[in-house]
Ligand binder design. Structure first.
Ligand code: CP
Length: 306
């Protein structure tokens, strides 16, 4: 395995399958009465989150603890970042205390690449701006494979705010690499340029996109990244693109419904779908722990940490 996990774009299909297969073994640890193994004993992992997070930060910390790493969470709001310290200087100061891994979430695309250049520690990208969120795509693939026993040939439809989504980018890169038939769907104003060459089908009709789908993945409207009006109103967005039970009925009878969270109920997804029989949304969250254990083990679990 490489030194850092910065994006799905860097990984081969073989490396992706290695992470997924290792996550299967890691899941078994979480089912034991004592959910702990000594694999990362003596290793120090710093979780450095510049943006809010519930699922990613919590599941990384649980994964680290299950592997017996010494874990440290840096609350940026209570750090010297507020006094104007740059990301690079913050990273150099953390490095001076000799951690083995830094898990970074940052609002700037490429923040992990910057740390990768200046840090000896292994860097795991936990979401960088609108660029990538690799562990989310890996846990999504793990969840899809668990239900469908394969990824190749599945029709996977991703609906929502495509323009501002790092989850979209990582999922498109991963799912196309593994041979899925990927469709993306949203208002024309929220479709990023340059998607078709990545091998995806682009549609502005949700009814067309979800027809015969094996997997429907909803993405949140990211109001915090929007500067301007991308659609007339939330009500119109829900009417045109919101995932309702009637729309789900156009998909295959064994469709699964996914969402990386946090959800905006009544915007991109109706509660009847989020909490309905096809939803695997909370399974995604549970699988996040196993997949992040897998990534930590593969990056930092070697005899010498290399
Ligand atoms: N999916 C995801 O990244 O959720 P959080 O922002 O809560 O970590």
């Amino acid at each position: 395995m490489r030194k850092d996990l910065l994006g799905i774009g860097d990984l081969s299909a073989e490396e992706i399958y290695l992470v997924l297969d290792t996550a299967e073994a890691m899941r078994e640890i979480g089912q034991r009465p004592i959910k702990k193994v000594p694999t990362l004993r003596g290793r120090t992992v710093v979780n450095l989150f510049y943006e809010p997070s519930t699922r990613t930060r919590t599941s990384f910390e649980i994964a680290e603890k299950r592997l017996s790493a010494d874990t440290l969470n840096i609350a940026v709001a209570a750090s010297s970042v507020l006094k104007g310290e740059t990301l690079a200087d913050t990273a150099r100061n953390i490095e001076a205390m000799a951690p083995d891994v830094i898990v970074l979430r940052h609002e700037a695309s490429g923040a992990g690449h910057l740390l990768s250049r200046i840090c000896r520690s292994r860097i795991i990208n936990a979401g960088d701006g609108m660029h990538e969120h690799p562990t989310q795509a890996l846990l999504d693939a793990f969840t899809i494979r668990e239900h469908k026993k394969r990824i190749e040939g599945l029709k996977v439809v991703i609906v929502g705010d495509l323009l501002h989504s790092r989850v979209l980018r990582s999922n498109v890169l991963l799912l196309t690499k593994l041979g899925a038939d990927v469709w993306i769907c949203g208002p024309a104003t929220l479709i990023p340029p340059g998607m078709a060459p990545l091998g995806v089908r682009v549609s502005t009709s949700v009814d067309e996109a979800v027809a015969g789908a094996d997997v429907i993945m909803l993405l949140r409207i990211q109001h915090e990244r929007m500067h301007g009006a991308f659609f007339p109103s939330v009500r119109e967005y829900f009417n045109t693109f919101g995932m309702t039970a009637a729309r789900v009925a156009r998909a295959r009878p064994d469709v699964i419904i996914m969402h990386p969270g946090p959800m905006n109920r009544g915007v991109e997804i109706a509660s009847e779908v989020a909490d309905g029989p096809y939803s695997v949304i909370l399974e995604q969250v549970a699988n996040g722990v196993s997949v992040r254990m897998s990534v930590l083990y593969l990056l930092a679990g070697g005899q010498d940490g290399d």
